[in-house]
Design a protein around this ligand. Structure first.
Ligand code: C2E
Ligand code: MG
Ligand code: MG
Length: 664
């Protein structure tokens, strides 16, 4: 996993059962203290905040208005009403205190509802009075109460008022200041109230129905019943703002199911849905409240965890992966899942929702498609990935924008110091990224599928440049220097897997006039070891056209040498890491000796790469190594410098160091 931490499996209990008190820990901030709410399945964070604002407003309003009324009622000797008002205030305050203790909004709502019912009954029993006006507010404001109390209480309260008054009215005996002492006014008022209540009731029911439906489709995943991505993101934003019960530092855990399409294809989509439901159930059962579980996308489940200690998070992830990888029985058949977990922490790894989610998604993109990996987000790797991503976008158009160029690193014969040709190396200068090493962009080009385009460009350009060089050398009377030179071009496995590639190189001599003997293709051992029939066919065809093949970076790849008998290799290039171990003090290497001895018995020529010192050259010469390439002779050169190098006179090349003349 590169620099990602991908640790071993460990056991132990990862759940935190003390989370009920978490809300209290953040009491240093008044906002957090007042508005921290335990996540409620059916109400959004925003709705919860609105509900709380309204409830607090009603509490504060009651604390001002009710005592004023109470003074009046005490003066009037209305004992029942005074008792109700006291009960109302006590209940309200208990509701607030209970909410602060449990952080559950519905506790507050139930007690608040009880207080209102008590108040309404008392007002009805007393026959109104000036406080009858309060009833008007109860009824007119009931859509607000609907919001606060939920549908049942929101509907029951105005009905209670309506029927209560209808029963109470014929009994008479109203307080002199009551609305209801004027009977005709009271009747028309009740009629109006009844009509309004009915219309309001119907509208509230419809609204409620619609809202519930909307909330479900907006916030829930229809398959698993878990929160969906929108709700997960909202909860995450709330957690960052500190208005739900998550601690001020928490963590995110993404669970990625690999190859789920197989379940779909071999078990059918209905069973696949059952598997997803089971996964949702297992995660929910494992991560007890207040962890928040969501199905973030098709095969990614996201959990917001209260844990923050890296070891604790890791342990939770390991156990959860193990739990999810237990076979799921579906349609009587077991389905086994490949699950990986990725974790990231707030606030260390990111302070915003997009950033935290990007951490997880970036890590998921890097996962190998096998299960059981538990990966901890790492900033450094993320940055590298980001650079690679940007680079990939730039690389796609690099050939078309003519940002590539070629350099030639001369190769000489160690026998007679004669130039034998060069290795053709590609260079990329991006206007945005600057010069990028081929060791970086070639593997990336292979990964994103642009290597074929690059290789064809390299081959075609090298052929054209060589044809041009030969022609101009002919004009200058140096034609003979170019005779017999071999130019080596690097190929990647992806090139050889392209069935059209062999035809492309077979066509080249016709198009450029350069004979196949002027080119050699370098292939690394890894490509040759696997017995991929397409690669084998490409190599056979390339050889049949007349090109020669070289094994690049020999000795670094694989222990198997069986490919040497299968593929006609003309040249082994000893990897520069072996050559560079030859120091001035101790210029000898059993590995190089073994390679040269083996190549000689197989009649394969040997080239030493990365020759930098005279001591290395002498040692290689003594062993009978045929060719050398390295900074001792020349660095990779742009075409014009390479042409000059070929035509320059250097009679004592084998004994005199020529200084590198370019730094490509
Ligand atoms: P390679 O094929 O093994 O190329 C040799 C690398 O060693 C070149 O690095 C070269 O500049 C470097 N080198 C040569 N002599 C010395 C020396 O004396 N000392 C040291 N320290 N280094 C020396 P470069 O050009 O950065 O290329 C890196 C790799 O990128 C190449 O390794 C090859 O695998 C790949 N590559 C370069 N051009 C192409 C290309 O056109 N196609 C493909 N498929 N791969 C390419
Ligand atoms: Mg090479
Ligand atoms: Mg090499």
């Amino acid at each position: 996993m590169g620099e990602y931490r991908c640790d071993a499996w460990v056991g132990g209990d990862a759940q935190d059962s003390t989370m009920r008190t978490i809300g209290d820990r953040r009491s240093h901030s008044l906002y957090r203290f007042l508005f921290t709410v335990r996540q409620d399945a059916s109400v959004s964070g925003f709705q919860q905040t609105i509900s709380l604002v309204t409830l607090y407003a009603v509490v504060v309003g009651s604390l001002i208005i009710v005592p004023v009324n109470m003074i009046q009622d005490i003066r009037d000797g209305m004992v029942l009403l005074v008792a109700t008002e006291i009960a109302y205030l006590v209940l309200m305050l208990c509701g607030v205190l209970l909410f602060w203790k449990t952080r559950r909004l519905w506790h507050f709502q139930v007690i608040f509802g009880a207080a209102l019912f008590a108040m309404a009954i008392s007002l009805i029993a007393m026959g109104g009075g000036l406080r009858g006006v309060g009833l008007l507010y109860v009824v007119a404001g009931y859509p607000v109460f609907f919001l606060l109390l939920g549908t049942r209480a929101g509907v029951a309260l105005p009905l209670l008022v309506f029927f209560g008054m209808a029963i109470r009215l014929p009994l008479g005996g109203f307080d002199p200041r009551s609305f209801f002492q004027d009977e005709s006014f009271a009747r028309s008022y009740l009629l109006f109230l009844g009509g309004a209540a009915l219309i309001g009731f119907v509208s509230v029911m419809i609204q409620n129905h619609m809202l519930k439906g909307l909330a479900r489709s907006a916030y829930y995943d229809p398959v698993t019943g878990l929160y969906n991505r929108a709700r997960a993101e909202e909860s995450l934003r709330d957690a960052i703002r500190g208005v739900n019960v998550f601690p001020r530092s928490f963590s995110l855990l993404a669970l990625k199911i690999h190859q789920f399409s197989r379940i779909n294809s071999f078990h059918g989509s209905e069973e696949a849905d059952e598997v997803l439901k089971e996964i949702g159930r297992r995660i929910t059962a494992f991560c007890k409240n207040p962890a928040l579980v969501s199905r973030f996308s098709g095969t990614v489940f996201l959990v917001i965890l209260p844990q923050h200690e890296p070891d604790q998070i890791h342990q939770t992830a390991v156990e959860l992966v193990r739990e999810l990888q237990r076979p799921v029985l579906t349609g009587g058949r077991p389905a086994t899942l490949q699950v990986n977990a990725i974790t990231t922490r707030y606030p260390e790894d990111g302070r915003t929702t997009p950033r935290l989610l990007a951490n997880l998604m970036g890590s998921i993109a890097r996962l190998r498609p096998i299960g059981g990996q538990v990966v901890t987000f790492d900033e450094h790797t993320y940055r590298n990935e980001q650079t690679r991503y940007l680079m990939a976008a730039e690389l796609r158009g690099a050939v078309a924008r003519e940002e590539l160029s070629l350099v030639y690193q001369p190769k000489i014969s160690l026998v007679d110091a004669r130039p034998c040709g060069a290795e053709v190396l590609v260079r990329w200068h991006s206007p945005t990224l600057g010069s990028v090493s081929p060791a970086v962009f070639i593997p990336l080009a292979e990964e994103i599928g642009v290597i074929n385009e690059i290789t064809r460009w390299v081959i075609a350009t090298a052929a054209l440049q060589l044809a041009e060089s030969q022609q101009s050398a002919g004009n200058d009377g140096h034609r003979s220097r170019w005779n017999g030179l071999v130019h080596a071009i690097n190929l990647s496995a992806v090139d050889l897997e392209d069935p059209q590639f062999a035809a492309f190189v077979a066509n080249l001599p016709h198009e450029t006039g350069i004979p196949p003997s002027a080119f050699e293709f370098e292939i690394t051992e890894g490509v040759l070891v696997g017995d991929n029939p397409i690669i084998q066919a490409s190599l056979d065809s390339i050889r049949a056209t007349g090109y020669s093949l070289a094994v690049d970076d020999f000795g670094t790849g694989y222990s198997s040498l069986s490919y040497l008998s299968r593929i006609a290799i003309g040249n082994l290039k000893i990897d520069q890491s072996f050559v560079q171990q030859l120091t001035d003090e101790s210029a000898q290497s059993p590995i190089i000796e073994a390679i040269i001895a083996m190549a000689r018995s197989l009649r394969i020529a040997v080239t030493a790469e990365g020759v930098e010192t005279a001591a290395q050259r002498s040692y290689l010469q003594r062993l009978g190594c045929e060719y050398a390439q390295g900074w001792l002779y020349a660095k990779p050169l742009p075409l014009n410098e390479y042409r000059a190098w070929i035509t320059a006179d250097r009679p004592h090349m084998d004994s005199t160091d020529s200084s590198p003349n370019s730094m490509n």
